[in-house]
Design a protein around this ligand. Structure first.
Ligand SMILES: Cc1ncc(COP(=O)(O)O)c(C=O)c1O
Length: 464
């Protein structure tokens, strides 16, 4: 193995360095997670009841207390198409910012579909295929998760049905085409295909949709079909765990550069790319293996600020209230965010494990509006040449701000962020940015207050 001189632009690993195990944070959480609750009985849900929608192995992983879970060779074989992903030193951005900080990013945009999402899509489709599932339903916001599942379905010969949030379906026709090329069926959500979709359209024919609505449609279709299961692109423990290949590789790459982060940053929709890069560093921290104090910083949009302005409550994962109640930071399942271009961050809740870590003060939270996010994206792409996904640009904004603080305080911090995806299908967003049509979409305080109040009124026995 060649060790980097610390001056390399890219730190690359050989294919046999693709991790052999995922890191499962469950045994290492500061407190146990609260159980899912069935609102019909007010009692914890028996995980076996969820077998109608999820694969057995994924449910086993969901609650497993094993710290490391073996990655089957068939999955590592597919990971080889793009993993290990490069760790890149953003030296040109550092120069542009005149900062003494060292900035590294893990570039997940090199996957076949352009983001971190295939890391879990491949695993989810693989386990479903092994258990005899023929068809998977899912939702997608910006289209990154839908493309990843469509791609994985094609590899393992499973049919994939995708409900794509209407605003993204209209803003991103080429994402839809990508999913269709991989063989998936794609529907604009809310749709007339499901009961919940028809109900929402009858109340608001112009609904722009949300991830919460699209999840309801996908779960409803799964419940009414044979040999069909449902796949989720974020939030659940097994999804976050599959993404830890990102942080595990990044640690090895940084050690080659003889460096270690003071700060690890990622954007948050449901939490999977952030947790994927951050949890392996949390592991170092609690087992005394971290050579420095490491801060973990999660970034969200002001238009959908679940962690910074939501409350830690029991809520449904979907708008149609099909899923059990989950303890998490939420804006309320009826909250429909403004149609910001970071479609993958328009989710009302946040992964339970991440919610817990935010509540315990282990993870810091920042929120930005899309105008400031796009100007950070523009500064990044002008120095590093990669057009970031609008979601990932939230992390870039946080890193640029911190790098400027380092310049002012003459501090030599090391920063690591996850460039969770490229933005080559987001040209409409960049067009709006360049032509001055982009709106800031600030904090919708009244809408949040109203949505949280109705959630508390709906379940006062658990959300007092
Ligand atoms: C590029 C990109 N980054 C981040 C996200 C947010 O999801 P998560 O918080 O699960 O990583 C998405 C979701 O679609 C995405 O497409």
């Amino acid at each position: 193995m060649r060790v980097s001189t610390g001056l390399d632009k890219k730190i690359l690993l050989e294919e046999d360095h693709i991790p052999k195990n995922w890191y499962n944070i469950l045994p290492d959480l500061p407190k146990p997670l609260s159980p899912f609750i069935d609102p019909g009985t007010n009692k914890p849900v028996d995980p076996r009841k969820l077998e109608v929608i999820f694969s057995k192995e994924l449910l086993r992983q969901e609650i497993s207390k094993e710290r490391f879970i073996h990655i089957p060779e068939e999955i590592r074989g597919v990971y080889r198409l793009w993993r290990p992903t490069p760790l890149i030193r953003a030296s040109r951005l550092e120069k542009d910012l005149k900062t003494p900080a060292r900035i590294y990013f893990k570039y997940e945009g090199v996957s076949p579909t352009g983001s971190h999402k295939p890391n879990t899509a491949v695993a989810q489709v693989y386990y479903n295929m092994k258990e005899g599932t023929n068809r998977l339903t899912t939702e997608t916001g910006a289209g990154q998760w839908g493309s990843a599942l469509a791609f994985s379905g094609m590899l393992f010969d499973l049919d994939v049905i995708i409900y794509m949030v209407r605003v993204s379906y209209e803003q991103k026709p080429y994402r839809k085409l990508m999913m269709q090329l991989f063989g998936a069926d794609v529907y604009s959500s809310p749709s007339k295909r499901t009961e919940i979709g028809r109900k929402i359209l009858s109340e608001d024919p112009n609904s722009t949709g949300s991830l919460g609505i699209a999840i309801s449609e996908a779960v409803e279709e799964c419940l009414h079909s044979e040999a069909t299961k449902y796949a989720l692109g974020s939030v659940l423990n097994h999804v976050l765990m599959h993404q830890t290949v990102i942080g595990l590789e990044a640690k090895e790459q940084l050690s080659q550069a003889d460096d270690y982060p003071n700060i690890v940053v990622g954007c948050v929709g449901g939490g999977s790319n952030f947790c994927g890069i951050a949890w392996p560093f949390y592991y170092d921290k609690i087992f005394g293996k971290a050579p420095k104090q490491v801060e973990l910083t999660a970034v969200e949009p002001t238009a959908c600020p679940s962690m910074s302005h939501g409350e830690f409550l029991y809520d449904h994962g979907d708008t149609g209230r099909i899923t059990p109640l989950i303890a998490m930071y939420t804006l309320g399942h009826n909250f429909v965010p403004d149609p910001i271009h970071a479609g993958g961050l328009r989710y009302h809740g946040v992964a339970p494990s991440l919610s817990l870590m935010v509540r315990e003060g282990i993870v810091n939270v920042l929120a930005y509006n899309q105008l400031e996010v796009f100007s950070a994206a523009a500064q990044f792409l002008r120095s590093e040449g990669i057009i970031p996904a609008p979601e990932s640009a939230h992390a870039i904004k946080a890193v640029i701000d911190e790098a400027i603080r380092c310049r002012e305080k003459k501090e030599e911090k090391t920063m690591l962020f996850n460039l969770s995806g490229h933005g080559y299908f987001d040209m409409k967003a960049y067009d709006d940015y360049l032509s001055g049509r982009l709106e800031a979409c600030p904090l919708p305080e009244d809408k949040i207050a109203q949505s949280l109040k109705s959630l508390k009124n709906l379940y006062p026995w658990i959300n007092a």
